[in-house]
Design a protein around this ligand. Structure first.
Ligand code: NAD
Ligand code: TYD
Length: 341
């Protein structure tokens, strides 16, 4: 492994992974390929901008010519694929881009690996491919029952990864991470959205009763798990990456308000997300048994530090809340908030 292509490296988790890899492995060259959608942000990569082992390429993983050029020019031997349309609510409003990037894009990357002899492919997937689980924990062999267009697209991409291992012997691995949070997360996902809205004393639109459960994983833990699987994962294998922090949405929301010293009256119960998964939970038993890996972050401490990061870094998120973001906000929330309890 020497020249690692990180697709989607200008997004939230991808950029954290790039910052981590550039610093941890000066002997590797880290090349980012990112389409720079609304979620791609070059500011996320400012900390590595001048590092000699970092390069940036703007381009679409679903564009065969671009992918092949980047593979050849940078002598890519390893791909870590973060590139995706990643927000469930946007997938409900408009699924097209999800199928295009999360399924077709993955296929184009895999095919370029096959054609150009790239032997290592790590795919970043999500616990959402399993669907919802009322009690207990998903394990890697469980059936996939994705419920949103986002989750279904991620499942489709993953299955194509599996086919390239089984059919062509490409050395693939997959991680299924749980809900990830931390600095530099685009303010549409619930944590940064609620933090930044609460800073401005704006209403927090909590879907339904707020009793849905998510398993929260700190972004640094997620990146370290991917590093472990990239270096030690077995070909064709899938690994859950859970945070081991199950929380009800309402409790996460109240913690955010508490850390900001804001009133719970900002919480507005609004119309639920269609097809809303009630609970996500997965076991880390396989990562623990195979690599002795477990998440190392205390949830409340990390959430508080994340809140502090957004308070201190208004320069980063304020400019994101304009233009297309406001259009999306209107579509997603205007009617819901107007009809809130
Ligand atoms: P993000 O939306 O913050 O970033 C996605 C990045 O991919 C952006 O930089 C965007 O410009 C880029 N991109 C989108 N389409 C592209 C294309 N066609 N070609 C090249 N680049 C493209 O997402 P994130 O939260 O950082 O998630 C990264 C990966 O992790 C995704 O694959 C997602 O499914 C997965 N994941 C996310 C979470 C989470 O809680 N955020 C949890 C588990 C897994
Ligand atoms: P989100 O951050 O969109 O992640 P995911 O849907 O991938 O789990 O949402 C996390 C939880 O928060 C989910 O149960 C939906 C809920 N949520 C709200 O209640 N209101 C919101 O405005 C958003 C964005 C999410």
């Amino acid at each position: 492994m020497k020249n690692i292509l990180v697709t989607g490296g200008a997004g939230f988790i991808g950029s954290a992974f790039v910052r981590y890899m550039v610093e941890t492995y000066p002997e590797y060259n880290i090349i980012v390929l990112d389409k720079m959608t609304y979620a791609g942000n070059i500011d996320n990569l400012l900390p590595v901008h001048d590092e000699p082992n970092y390069r940036f390429e703007k381009g679409d993983i679903a564009d065969e010519q671009t992918v092949e050029r980047v593979f050849l020019e940078h002598h890519i031997d390893t791909v870590v694929n973060f590139a995706a349309e990643s927000h469930v609510d946007r997938s409900i409003l408009n699924p097209h881009a999800f199928v295009q990037t999360d399924v077709v894009g993955v296929y184009i990357l895999l095919e370029a690996c096959r054609k150009l002899g790239v032997q290592r492919f790590h795919h970043v997937s999500t616990d959402e491919v399993y669907g919802s689980i009322p009690k207990g924990f998903f394990k890697e062999g469980d059936p996939l029952e994705p419920n949103s267009p986002y989750a279904a697209s991620k499942a489709g991409g993953e299955l194509m990864v599996r086919a390239y291992w089984v059919t062509y012997g490409l050395h693939t691995t997959v991680t299924r991470g749980s809900n990830t949070f931390g600095p530099y997360q685009y303010p549409e996902k619930v944590a940064p959205f609620f933090i930044t809205e609460a800073i401005d004393n704006r209403p927090l639109p909590l879907y339904g009763d707020g009793m849905q459960v998510r398993d929260w994983l700190y972004v640094d833990d997620h990146c370290k798990a991917i590093d472990v699987v990239l270096h030690r994962g077995e070909a064709g294998e899938i690994y859950n990456v859970g945070g081991e922090n199950e929380r009800h949405n309402i409790d996460v929301t109240k913690l955010i308000l508490q850390y900001l010293g804001k009133s719970e009256s900002l919480i507005k119960h609004v119309a639920d997300r269609p097809g809303h998964d009630r609970r996500y939970a997965l076991t880390n038993d396989k990562l623990r048994a195979d690599f002795d890996w477990a998440p190392s972050t205390h949830f409340e401490t990390a959430l508080q530090a994340t809140v502090t990061w957004y308070v201190k870094n208004e320069w980063w998120w304020r400019k994101l809340k304009s233009g297309e973001y406001l259009e999306y906000y209107k579509k997603q929330y205007a009617e819901r908030l107007a009809n809130a309890d």
